[in-house]
Design a protein around this ligand. Structure first.
Ligand code: DGT
Length: 586
């Protein structure tokens, strides 16, 4: 477990206790410990190994024991006990934006609300507004947030970053088994969907049953549906991981590995389309996916006796598609593009030359500007933009105009002192409710780059929000619109905004839209980023870094970009320093 996960569980414990009317000092102790752990530079498990847990601020003896339990077991007894006492629906309600433990408690005690569905019903029937400290406005806000939560199709799916961490943990454990030669993700995880329903893994083994035995020790056994028609010599089993996600392992031993891997990577829609193309070319397709039964059609000898492929890439080659990267396999035109040999050459991490959205300690980041610069230089970047918050985001220690001027001076001074990386002086400037920006034109003019974003007033209606964002895009000083829809996984599905109009305004005003790589945002998403490409709007893949480790989140942004068919030329931060400066007219 990493620092964020530990902090999250301690925080949750505090919230559960608060819901149960627990001791306020205990509640505060959990909250304070969570905050301290979140801020730590060092990995908490290393601190634990070195025996220094008690040196972490706000970690007393009792919490130290809980952290030890968390690090060894992934949970702690008191947490599990408390969880068991609260109906699961209430925990869900406490996670809805704007509803904390106190409100959840009132809703439960006064109206017996135990699920999001019941919450929506009570709000629709205007029963919530009659509660203490509530009124029509609060009720409307709760209703909107609860509906958002349910409507979000990703409600019960697992975000890619969480699934990836679990997959790596499981893969590491499986890799030490003498019965497993290789294990790789398939399914939606391999296609890098932003959320996954389950984790699908694919392993090579000479002894599939023994490989499955090794796997079954890693979680509780889960039922395996009959629908999987496995190839001969293959095996399948499933477990439920401790965080609740299902993990399926498919083990292959024979010459069918390419066929099986292609089928399991999916998507289902892509597989169906591929099978249509195969049939049209005279191949026989089985329910196990694409199998070339008519051997005469396989003149190049790419399949075995049963017509099965050992290499996945051979399937695509044989059908005349070229290699289709997994991120494209969604039946969104990739098969046709392959047949016509017009597949995009997708962007890769090595193409990224800098990051245009980074926070320092001046606002709510954890590092000094110098630390950020040295780290980014170590990553091989040519530039980064230091874009601390503007005054409206007071909670994030937004910079007053005076502090912004001092900030620029520090950036200039570091640029003079450090070689090999250029710092761009910037801001992540709030777009106020009326579309005006948080800084005057004179101040914005003195910056190298202006990133703008909506952080407050998220409840505006579609028309007002669209007008507000377009007004910012029409401002001559603005360069990039950050996290354009404002969605956050598990919290909110984004504000109501007409993205088509926003894209058109971005195009008309020559502005860049961001793919925010933060795992909880991934905003723009793949569909919107593809729409941007079609409209002709350029993209910046930024990390919104608040601590050094966040720079690596760029991989998640690149996943989104690849799923959006983006090539290096579609993304502005693939440009070198000189080109970026000329784009920014500096
Ligand atoms: P998920 O788990 O909802 O995030 O999405 P996937 O794509 O991982 O779907 P999953 O886990 O149900 O199945 C893994 C792959 O197996 C899927 O991507 C394609 C293949 N597959 C599953 N069911 C069918 C099917 O009915 N027809 C075909 N052609 N392929 C299927």
């Amino acid at each position: 477990m990493d620092n964020a996960e530990i902090a999250d569980i301690l925080n949750r414990m505090g919230r559960l206790l608060e819901f149960m009317g627990g001791d306020p000092f205990k509640i505060m102790a959990y909250e304070k410990a969570a905050r301290s752990i979140k801020r730590l530079e060092m990995d908490i498990s290393s601190i634990h190994q070195e025996g220094h847990l008690s040196d972490v601020p706000n970690v007393g003896k009792a919490i130290e024991e809980k952290i030890e339990e968390l690090l060894t077991k992934g949970t702690f007894e008191a947490y599990e006990k408390t969880l068991a006492e609260i109906p699961p629906g209430i925990i869900e309600i406490m996670d809805i934006s704007g509803i904390g433990p106190k409100t959840a408690k009132i809703l439960y005690e006064r109206l017996a609300i135990e699920s999001t569905g019941e919450l929506i019903k009570a709000a629709e029937e205007h029963r919530i507004r009659r509660l203490p400290r509530m009124g029509p406005k609060q009720e409307e806000r709760i209703l909107k947030a609860a509906r958002n939560r349910v409507q979000s199709s990703d409600f019960r799916r697992t975000p890619l970053a969480v699934a990836t961490a679990i997959e790596q943990q499981i893969t590491e454990k499986l890799s030490v088994s003498p019965y497993i030669k290789k294990v790789v993700p398939v399914g939606s995880l391999r296609r890098k969907m932003e959320t996954v329903g389950n984790i699908d893994l694919f392993a090579l083994s000479d002894e599939p049953e023994k490989a499955i035995d090794a796997f079954m020790h890693l979680g509780k056994a889960a039922p395996v549906p009959e629908i999987r028609n496995l190839h001969e010599g293959s095996a399948h089993a499933a477990i439920v991981h401790e965080n609740g996600i299902r993990i399926d392992l498919y083990v292959c031993s024979g010459g069918c590995c390419g066929s099986l891997m292609q089928y399991l990577t999916g998507s289902k829609e892509h597989n169906v389309r591929l099978q249509e193309v195969a049939r049209a070319q005279g191949y026989t397709v089985s329910e196990k996916g694409l199998i070339c039964k008519e051997k005469s059609r396989d003149e190049e000898g790419l399949t075995n006796e049963a017509g099965e492929f050992s290499e996945e890439a051979d399937i695509y080659e044989l059908l005349g598609l070229g290699y289709l990267p997994p991120e494209l396999r969604e039946d969104r035109g990739e098969v046709e593009a392959g047949l016509e040999r017009r597949l995009p050459v997708l962007i890769e991490r090595k193409d990224i030359k800098g990051d245009l959205h980074v926070h320092s300690r001046w606002s709510d980041g954890r590092n000094t500007i110098e630390e950020l610069a040295l780290h980014a230089r170590g990553l091989g970047y040519e530039y980064i933009a230091i874009t601390d918050h503007s005054p409206s985001t007071g909670v994030a220690n937004g910079l007053s105009e005076q502090r912004l001027l001092d900030h620029i001076r520090e950036i200039d001074e570091i640029n003079d002192r450090i070689d090999g990386i250029r710092l761009l002086s910037g801001t992540e400037c709030d777009i106020r409710s009326d579309g005006r920006l948080d800084y005057s034109s004179e101040v914005l003019e003195g910056l190298d780059i202006v990133v703008v974003a909506v952080h407050a007033g998220l409840e505006q209606d579609r028309k007002s929000m669209t007008k507000r964002v377009i007004a910012a895009l029409e401002n001559e000083h603005v360069d990039i619109l950050a996290h354009p829809t404002g969605r956050k996984f598990g919290k909110r599905s984004g504000y109501d905004i007409d993205m088509e109009k926003v894209m058109q305004a971005a195009f008309d005003n020559d502005k860049v839209l961001e793919i925010n790589s933060s795992p909880s945002r991934l905003d723009l998403n793949d569909m919107h980023a593809r729409m941007a490409k079609e409209v002709g709007v350029k993209i910046a893949i930024n990390t919104d870094t608040h601590s050094l480790a966040h720079f690596d989140n760029i991989d998640y942004g690149i996943d989104v970009a690849r799923r959006a068919w983006l090539e290096p030329a579609d993304v502005v931060n693939t440009r070198g320093l000189k080109e970026i400066c000329s784009m920014l007219r500096i």
